[in-house]
Design a protein around this ligand. Structure first.
Ligand SMILES: [Zn+2]
Length: 69
């Protein structure tokens, strides 16, 4: 499950740990109660699903080696 930290477009409060997959991108601000839909959530989820965690760490390691070498 992917959790998102989303900044409220109205009051600027960061709403942490939102499960936007379940709400189809909608979030309700915990401070002011504004409802806002985040675009691009599904594409972001697809990207994170395509790249496994292992691949992510491999690429990170390669970056470090390139920087060190
Ligand atoms: Zn707000």
């Amino acid at each position: 499950m992917v959790r998102y930290d989303i900044k409220c477009p109205v009051c600027g409060t960061i709403n942490r740990g939102l499960d936007l997959e379940e709400t189809d991108g909608w979030m309700e601000c915990e401070k002011c109660g504004t409802l806002a839909q985040q675009r691009g959530i599904h594409s972001a989820v697809m990207i994170s699903a395509l790249h496994s965690r292992e691949d992510y760490f491999k690429s990170q390691k390669a970056d470090h080696q390139a920087a060190a070498g």
